[in-house]
Design a protein around this ligand. Structure first.
Ligand SMILES: Cc1ncc(COP(=O)(O)O)c(C=O)c1O
Length: 477
């Protein structure tokens, strides 16, 4: 029988002890921890259990899982932290569901991930968009300025919730402390989608994240930037403005009732592992990045992240952005060259830049290989004028997502799409930020922009699967 009160014992250790105890599992999962099939051995099924006696229950934790989540709360300094096994997606859905009432008005940055839009649809709230700043040289979205939030609050004083993505996929960090002040003055709640920034509050080599910044609810994908298995994430309730009963109730709606103990022990071990030695390695990696930036300063054509530092935005220095805007390569073409000729796979290829992620697992060899490859490619590419323009303004909203998705729809060709109301989302994944939302009117500038993205090698996702040639629109639109 496991001693789940032992604070020092992690979940993984208890799983190992359970395996060694050899108890006959007359319960799920169906593989019964019998790894005679090679794939089960490889996937670690001998540790894979469900919520059996002594192992607590994620939805209503009071034993080992509660202890583990308390360790997480201590690490980040939150009021209460919650392990998530459905990615940030389930934390975002649950967070919004827990905070709002049907019909509420909320503020959300337009560059939110599609999970925020899905939560809007499910909860029936009315969103007012905050437009992030824009970097015309890089062609990327920047931070959401506190002034933008203040102005939107002044125009919509009844908002109950503000949702910001910080950092962005590209590592741009908004001023959460100032935004939080403005939101709290208005009596609203600030939720930060920090899917890409779980590490920011844990080491002084980063500028700090949203928990320390004063947000009320923060959702982070551990799997994105920390050494943890895919799908693992965490939500931090940081203030009394969040009703934890409503939040746990919402989690029980959006998260599986059979959470994986492999994933939960990955979260527990990752948090433990992220103690000083790992962050020392991370410090080294960041120092290595700085070294690279200085060696990349002599690039003929590519821009490499540092020019962004001239902006007022704070950045996550572990993300390396490579600007292809002024050369004859698109982002996807550079990504293909890196893959095919240098065996380097980048995180994201946007129309005119590439995002390379670094982390504590990198070495001077891996980061050096990227720098070397970029220097070589920079030598052979040619200078040219940028041919992609600013994204068009947010399209006119004619009706809400819920109504649009349930309206009668038909497919139309690009040539007759202008003026019609979209019945679908269209977005590039990554980053999963909608270019158009159901219920918004397609206009020429937007359609042209989507065509430009596709011409730059960016794959667009939509219900028809054929954007930007074919769109699903409302029949009466
Ligand atoms: C900004 C942002 N938020 C949320 C998510 C969803 O995270 P997860 O994949 O952990 O569910 C993503 C995924 O890419 C994202 O980029």
């Amino acid at each position: 029988m496991q001693n789940h009160k032992d604070e020092k014992k992690g979940l993984l250790q208890l799983l190992r002890e359970n395996r060694a105890a050899g108890c006959i599992p007359m319960h799920m999962p169906g593989h019964k921890r019998n790894c005679s099939a090679a794939y089960l051995q490889e996937l670690g099924a001998d540790l894979d259990i469900t919520e059996i006696h002594g192992f607590d229950s994620l939805h209503g934790a009071s034993g080992i899982l509660q202890d583990a989540m308390q360790r997480a709360a201590n690490r980040w300094g939150s009021r209460q932290s919650y392990f998530l096994v459905g990615g940030s997606t389930c934390g975002i859905l649950a967070g919004i569901y827990a905070v709002v009432q049907k019909g509420d008005r909320i503020l959300m940055s337009r560059n939110c991930h599609k999970s925020v839009y899905n939560a809007v649809e499910l909860t029936g709230v009315s969103p007012v968009y905050l437009t992030p700043e824009w970097d015309p040289i890089w062609g990327i979205e920047g931070a959401v300025a506190p002034e933008t939030v203040k102005k939107a609050i002044a125009e919509n004083p009844d908002v109950s919730l503000v949702v910001i993505t910080s950092p962005t996929y590209d590592g741009i960090i908004s001023d959460i402390a100032e935004i939080a002040n403005a939101v709290h003055e208005a009596g609203a709640v600030l939720m930060v989608d920090e899917a890409h920034g779980a590490h920011l509050d844990l080491s002084s080599c980063f500028v700090g994240g949203a928990v320390k910044g004063g947000a009320d609810l923060v959702v982070q994908s551990l799997h994105k930037t920390m050494p943890s298995l895919t799908q693992t994430a965490i939500a931090h309730v940081c203030s009394e403005r969040i009703d934890t009963c409503r939040f746990t109730d919402a989690l029980s709606i959006f998260e599986t009732s059979s959470p994986s103990y492999l994933l939960m022990s990955s979260i527990d071990e990752c948090i433990n592992y992220m103690q000083d030695p790992v962050f020392k390695r991370w410090n080294c990696a960041i120092a290595e990045n700085k070294y690279i930036f200085s060696s990349l300063a002599k690039l003929r054509i590519f821009g490499c992240g540092d020019t962004l530092a001239e902006q007022k935005w704070k950045r996550d220095p572990s993300k390396i952005l490579v600007n292809t805007r002024f050369c004859n390569l698109t982002g996807p073409q550079l990504a293909t060259l890196l893959r095919e000729q240098y065996n380097i796979e980048v995180e994201m290829a946007a129309a005119q830049y590439v995002l390379a992620m670094t982390g504590p697992g990198d070495t001077s060899e891996t980061i050096g290989a990227l720098a070397q490859a970029l220097c070589e490619i920079d030598q052979i590419c040619e200078k040219c004028e940028p041919d992609l323009h600013m994204p068009p303004p947010v399209p006119e909203r004619v009706c809400g997502v819920y109504a649009a998705k349930r309206g009668r729809r038909c497919n139309v060709a690009r040539s007759s799409a202008a003026g019609k109301i979209s019945g679908e989302y269209v977005y590039a994944y990554p980053p999963g930020i909608p270019l158009v939302v159901p219920g918004e009117r397609l206009d020429d500038a937007l359609l042209q922009y989507m065509e430009d993205l596709a011409a730059h090698g960016v794959t667009l996702h939509s219900d028809t699967g054929a954007a930007p040639q074919v769109f699903s629109v409302l029949s009466m639109g």
